[in-house]
Design a protein. Structure first.
Length: 147
């Protein structure tokens, strides 16, 4: 184990102790690291798993990939299939950073729903689209200006 990894593990343990004082256990602990070597080493990821953290890999730098979309797709793939990461497409006309508002709502909407088949998932998505008021879509567009 490299010295950098030992320092990293100690920092994670200290951070976890501090978080216990300010955060209840009902929230999932998510940690976003960059791609530095100590962050990717097995000892670091093992410690994160032991403490109950979800490690979100840092998206590769690309003008075509929105970081919010990258993490949404990893999260959605885990939710639907079970911890198998689906890589974000390098470029797609179908994926836009402005979809971020919709994806947050979709993720909340799908919690606890059956999504085992494509048809059932499609029906849930249609239901979400049809049940959102016009104001929801307008707010999403307005929030783009704030970002």
């Amino acid at each position: 184990m490299a010295m950098d990894s030992k320092v990293m593990v100690n920092e994670i343990e200290e951070m976890d102790l501090r978080l216990e004082f300010i955060q209840s256990q009902r929230f999932k602990k998510v940690l976003l690291f960059d791609n530095a070597a100590p962050h990717r080493e097995q000892v670091t990821t093992d410690k994160l798993g032991q403490l109950g953290y979800v490690h979100m890999p840092h998206p590769p730098y690309s003008l075509d990939i929105s970081p919010c979309d990258y993490h949404y797709y990893l999260s959605l793939q885990d939710f639907l299939v079970g911890n198998v990461h689906m890589p974000h497409p390098p470029y797609s006309l179908d994926i836009s950073p402005c979809d971020y508002h919709y994806y947050l709502s979709l993720q909340d909407f799908l919690v606890g729903r059956d999504t085992r088949t494509q048809a059932v998932l499609h029906n849930h998505i249609e239901q979400l689209i049809n049940t959102r008021p016009k104001q929801f879509w307008k707010d999403g567009i307005r929030k783009l200006a704030d970002r």
